[in-house]
Design a protein around this ligand. Structure first.
Ligand code: ATP
Ligand code: MG
Length: 544
């Protein structure tokens, strides 16, 4: 019998046999149960027999006679662990083909007899789960003790939001009358999601498609007030807009904001847990340490990430910490890189690190690319600067690079932080190593395109990034530092050399000299940038 079948059957039992079952699971004797329900011990035994029938407990398995009562207790130990007095003993005594492995539900969840509905709607498997004990405990406190109504799990792609949401929901489902898990990966209009939720909550066979959004939200609010529901909405970022500051909705999805606002503001006994790459506006507006709306930014798995490398069969444990740090404990990135190490380096982390300390595998490029393409122009600019710098950079220094107001810069940085693309520590901003690599490649590619365009059109306006960003690190005094070992410069040079060697561009040095000559002779910052790295580049190219 599956959890769903068990739960369904459990809820279908009428009150008296349900009380019998609960008392039985509490370890009471037949006579005690009889006294509590005001019936004879014989009636209690009859109820137990009927319960065994309802839960399809056979009297023998493979020719061996079974104690059906014990089998019933063992089954419940698995699916309703909180009701069983001594779950471990029950499981040990009666482990049989009928009693599969224990469920991941924590025994600490309180007795909850009115569980009605569970609909996991394609939630992924979270049975392989490492670490995150602090996050789980924090979320449980917020949801169960502080009765938070709206909670957001935030973090960069692959950090483990979905997995944590499933694990948490599994561990606390016993505290709710209803658990529904949904993903917005196909960006359903809010009406569709609401109709779907209402269909599950009201146990109708057909969704009601008639209502207006606000009416549908009102109906949902009624359910959230009347019973204790846990709604998990994954992939919330799919309906948020890219190319804008963080947290705004795509055209046609604004009503999701209305939903969050009402769930966060109106009193009810339920919780909506969402996961997202970015923080939706409503959460930012409504959240607070002592308020019923909160958000939890997820960082890497830390030491627990070792388990991922272990499971992938990697060797060279001494170097695992380096690898984990390099990918900031991102489980997806680590899984991907571990596969590469296994494939290309026979599982040796040391060999991988030696060969390509800064190399990143294709899949991670895709991963970060997805995030990067969503950014506003200013956010992209900041990313480029952080990638050029490589090291943490202060707000003051960043301001010298960008011709924008303090407020604009501040808003963009906040937005990037909420997208989990940049990290902030002691007043400085930085990028994850894999992100630096991605942004740097993107930058060089873009600049090469600009040069190509300029060569074709002789139009200076083709040089955009080229003039707005230094290819080399800045000194503290707003100038350009001579730094020929700059990785950007090196990869730029490599690209140009490849183009020259393959005959695509044979006269690169002349072209670059021509660009320098075309640049106006003044000390404007963009001209200084462009000239300085063109000159640096010429030195590099001539050296070859
Ligand atoms: N705590 C964990 N223990 C073991 N594996 C994990 C853990 N968290 C995540 N993973 C694994 O890492 C991968 C990425 O996790 P998940 O899909 O939950 O990330 P996500 O943050 O939801 O990503 P996205 O933003 O792309 O939706 C999955 O393969 C998942 O199984
Ligand atoms: Mg996810």
């Amino acid at each position: 019998m599956t959890q769903t079948q068990f739960t369904k059957t459990f809820h279908e039992i009428t009150p008296t046999p349900k009380s019998v079952l609960i008392l039985l699971l509490e370890g009471k004797k037949d006579e005690e149960i009889a006294a509590e329900i005001g019936a004879s011990a014989a009636t209690v035994r009859k109820h137990i027999q009927n319960l065994c029938d309802r839960f399809k407990i056979p009297s023998q398995v493979a020719g061996i006679k079974k104690n059906r009562r014990q089998e019933l207790i063992a089954l419940a130990a698995q699916y309703l662990p909180d009701l069983v007095k001594d779950r471990a003993v029950a499981l040990k005594q009666q482990r049989s083909p009928l009693t599969p492995l224990p469920s991941p539900v924590t025994p600490s969840a309180k007795a909850e007899t009115s569980k009605q509905t569970q609909d996991w709607g394609g939630a992924p498997d979270a049975s392989v789960f490492y670490g995150r004990t602090e996050e789980l405990s924090q979320l449980k406190t917020w949801i169960l003790d502080d009765s938070c109504r709206l909670v957001a799990l935030l973090g960069m792609a692959g950090i483990g939001k979905t997995t944590l949401s499933v694990k948490l929901a599994q561990e606390i489902e016993g505290k709710f009358d209803c658990v529904i898990w949904r993903s917005l990966r196909n960006a359903p209009p809010v009406e569709k999601l609401l109709a779907d939720l209402l269909q599950v909550l009201s146990r109708r066979s057909q969704p009601d498609k008639s209502g207006r959004v606000d009416e549908l939200i009102s109906q949902l609010m009624e359910h959230l007030r009347a019973s204790r529901c846990l709604l998990v909405v994954d992939d919330f970022d799919r309906i948020l807009k890219s190319g804008d500051f963080v947290g705004h909705y795509q055209e046609g999805y604004k009503a999701y904001g209305q939903l969050l606002k009402r769930v966060g503001e109106e009193p009810h006994q339920s919780c909506l847990l969402l996961s997202s790459l970015e923080k939706p506006r409503e959460i930012a507006l409504l959240e607070g340490e002592t308020l019923p709306v909160r958000s939890l930014p997820l960082s890497g798995l830390g030491k627990a990430a070792r388990e991922i490398l272990k499971a992938k069969g990697l060797s060279g444990e001494d170097n695992w910490e380096i690898l984990i740090k390099l990918y900031r404990g991102n489980p997806l990135a680590l899984k991907m890189v571990a596969s590469t190490i296994q494939e290309l380096f026979g599982g040796s982390v040391a060999d991988f690190l030696e060969m390509s300390l800064t190399g990143i595998v294709q899949d991670i490029i895709f991963l970060i690319g997805q995030q990067f393409n969503r950014l506003s122009p200013l956010e992209k600019d900041i990313m480029y600067w952080l990638a050029i710098e490589q090291e943490p950079i202060t707000l003051i220094k960043l301001r010298t690079c960008l011709a924008v107001s303090e407020l604009q810069l501040f808003t963009a940085l906040k937005s990037l932080g909420e997208r989990s693309l940049i990290e902030k520590g002691s007043g400085q901003f930085s990028l994850q190593p894999a992100v630096i690599e991605y942004v740097r490649n993107k930058f060089v590619k873009q600049i090469c395109q600009e040069i190509d365009e300029f060569i074709k059109t002789q139009d200076l306006s083709a040089l955009k990034l080229f003039k707005s960003h230094a290819l080399v690190k800045l000194t503290d005094k707003d100038g350009v530092q001579e730094d020929q070992a700059s990785p950007i410069l090196i990869s730029f040079k490599e690209r140009l050399l490849t183009a020259r060697d393959s005959g695509i561009q044979t006269n690169i040095t002349e072209q670059l000299e021509q660009i320098i000559a075309t640049l106006p002779d003044n000390s404007q910052r963009d001209v200084v940038y462009a000239k300085t790295y063109l000159e640096n580049l010429l030195i590099e190219l001539k050296g070859n």
